[in-house]
Design a protein around this ligand. Structure first.
Ligand SMILES: C[S@@+](CC[C@H](N)C(=O)[O-])C[C@H]1O[C@@H](n2cnc3c(N)ncnc32)[C@H](O)[C@@H]1O
Length: 305
């Protein structure tokens, strides 16, 4: 619901991201010889960024997957048979947070050690059915949900001010688990063995100060990104970039390691000015860099060749 509200409020700023997300799906659809059976959408949500116009006619059935049960009412209205799946696709985050809340109350250092010791086990992530799988702006969310849940737990136990003043310590303790969430998402795509995968996810976050915006008045973001030069900012802009996926760069080597049965066929990248400075309570603005990665089973390539 928060997402829908923000999408409405910041519609002029989000439009390009929504359009690029849908056009990546259109490119996938027109360049792929789907057999027309099942499409699974991971992180389907309210289908705000799903390209129903091009994808629905190409598949007989849809499996829609999201942790948020409130999406079910949106999915009911699609003109295709839908298998709805309400599940935590990480297979871990919900369990980790529940075990923290139910577990023995430990002092600060031990609590952080418990958090630091979490690892997504092999085979824990949700294995999608379907000939084609679309992972739709959900991968980076796994770590965010984990981080938000831990922050809430720590604030209740140790108080807001203490947690704020020890932010670097607890953020650092989240890292090992965060990395395994990303790795196991890729491993689950490999195990599910669809013929085609389109993975769309945030890959970098940029926070900036210096240029204010108004929610209802579109203006370009204060930074650009190109494949050749990376990030480029206006001179008055002070900014900081961090990876969206802990310890994992999405490139050919990473896919070769975690999805060895797949070949990366194309990729695209664009910016999402998700929180322009001045449109929310934060003292900084936020831009995400999003990547779309199309992968195809190697066996399928051999058949096509
Ligand atoms: C940024 S939204 C993507 C937009 C979404 N496709 C839409 O149109 O509403 C991320 C989606 O991932 C879902 N999500 C986040 N963590 C999840 C998890 N661990 N398992 C399943 N779904 C998750 C959220 O409920 C949300 O719907």
């Amino acid at each position: 619901m928060g997402l829908e509200r923000r999408a409405r409020m910041l519609a002029p700023f989000w439009a390009e991201h929504m359009q690029r997300t849908r056009s990546a799906q259109a490119r996938w659809a027109v360049t792929t010889d789907f057999r027309g059976q099942w499409l699974t959408v991971l992180g389907a949500g309210r289908l705000l960024d799903f390209n129903r116009t091009v994808l629905l006619p190409r598949f007989a059935n849809l499996q829609l997957v999201d942790a948020d049960r409130l999406c079910l009412h949106v999915w009911k209205h699609l003109p295709k048979p839908v298998e709805p799946v309400s599940v935590d696709i990480s297979g871990c985050v919900d369990k980790w947070l529940a075990s923290l809340k139910k577990g023995k109350q430990q002092p600060w250092a031990e609590t952080l050690e418990t958090i630091r010791g979490k690892r997504a086990p092999q085979g824990s992530a949700y294995r999608a059915g379907g000939e084609a799988v679309l992972s739709l702006n959900v991968l980076s969310q796994l770590q965010i949900v984990w981080q938000d849940g831990v922050e809430e737990y720590l604030q209740k136990r140790f108080g807001h001010d203490f947690v704020k003043s020890h932010e670097l310590e607890w953020l650092d303790a989240l890292r090992p688990a965060g990395q395994t969430l990303v790795e196991q998402h890729l491993a689950a795509l490999e195990r599910a063995a669809p013929t085609y995968v389109l993975l769309i996810t945030d890959v970098e976050y940029l926070e900036y100060k210096g240029v204010p915006y108004q929610a209802d008045h579109w203006a370009p973001p204060p930074v650009e990104w190109t494949e050749e030069d990376g990030w480029c900012a206006e001179t008055e802009v002070d900014c900081e970039v961090s990876p969206a996926l802990e310890g994992v760069a999405l490139n050919a080597d990473t896919f070769a390691e975690w999805m060895p049965s797949y070949r990366l066929t194309w990729q695209e990248s664009w910016l999402w000015h998700i929180a322009p400075l001045g449109t929310g309570p934060e003292q900084y603005g936020k831009v995400h860099r999003v990547g779309a990665f199309a992968l195809e089973a190697r066996e399928q390539n051999a058949r096509a060749d």
